[in-house]
Design a protein around this ligand. Sequence first.
Ligand code: NAD
Length: 433
Amino acid sequence: MNKIAFFGLGYVGLTTAVAMASRGFKVIGYDVDKAKVASLKAGKLTVYEPGLSETFKEALKNIRFTSEANEAVNEADTIFITVGTPSKPDGSIDLSNVIFASRQIGEGLDGYKLVVVKSTVLPGTTMGVVRREIESASNKKCCRDFGLAVNPEFLREGSALEDTLKPDRIIIGEADKASGDQLEELWRGFLNGYEVPIVRTTPENAELIKYANNAFLAIKVTFANMFARLCMKIPGADIDTVMKGIGLDKRIGPYFLNAGMSWGGSCFPKDLKAIVKFAQEKGVRLGLVEEALRINSKGPEDVVQIAESLIGSLKAKVVCVLGVTFKPDTDDVRESPSFYLVDELKARGAKVKCYDPKASAFPSGCEINKSPKECINGSDLVILVTEWNEFKYLNPEDFLSMKSPVVIDTRRILNKRAFEEKGIKLVQLGVGV
Ligand code: NAD
């Protein structure tokens, strides 16, 4: 049986490590962040994902954690690189974690192992810098002394464990057949009869599939967000019905059409910027992707304009922002649109209060509240941004503690009629007024 190492224990590395350990694989997790490793060793999870803590407990007998890179390399047959690949200030990809991890793996290589790049990297990275770093640090040759493959990850935060246990497909970009065979066998063992397409291809295709996938999804949500703005100008129109109508067309499909203020998170913004920059360097303009980024960045400003149309100048007004994570069921706030919204509100002189049930951090300069009711209380305006389940149960009565209740529901989860019956002004993003 394979023993598997993970270099990087963030949302992807930790979830995949726990999922594999829960299915009986022996797993060793390594991270440069010593505090993270100490916490995991103590049995305390470092990310919030539904179901992960229960599965973690079941998986404990098969998983261990270390702060020693060599130990992880020596013990494993297959080593997954799951480190972060953030943006540089100019939007290009920052590969420093990938390069460092590759070098560490190279330095530890003590026999034939398969190295798998699961981090999102641009086409050419695996067969270029990753291979070079491992070869030069180990003095060994790719495809002879060690195997190499790309295995992009498609899990969604908020359902990361479920997505890992039941993926839509497995993409394998292989440096050579032996590497592809070893990785396919590992995944088939993990899936244990659960049938999904396994696509074997070149490393470059596998790398590009990940970017094309994220660009397409981001464009699809942007499309819904754009039409939501139009719906608001058409009395009788609502975006959910319009998107349901088009989603029934098999060529379009129903997913990723749930309009909101804008998208965020640790992947879409950085991956779209990285592929745009990469294409520019190749002399190709990804105009559609650039436009999705532009439209998306305007989302918070659009909502602030709606706010001003409802209550006038925001100067000295108290605004309650419900939800600061970039989506529900995660604690991740990376590139969360709520943070940009808070900045826009503060720039107009508003005093901002925030509530979120799980956020790992809050925007600076805002008052942090412990419950939605505390946040709503005494404010001039409430803006509901993240569709946390608990917000669906807010009643009109919960808003009567506002000075003169006005609510913007960017996710259309509150019952408009019930609010209006109580004399509360409720504007829903994407619903014609
Ligand atoms: P993350 O920031 O949550 O975690 C990355 C981890 O890697 C951190 O714990 C960091 O300390 C560690 N690390 C950095 N350098 C290291 C090294 N040399 N050795 C060992 N550990 C190291 O990142 P994430 O969200 O898990 O994403 C990881 C990769 O997967 C990224 O490339 C991302 O684009 C991609 N991805 C993420 C998601 C997602 O939803 N988060 C989905 C699909 C793909």
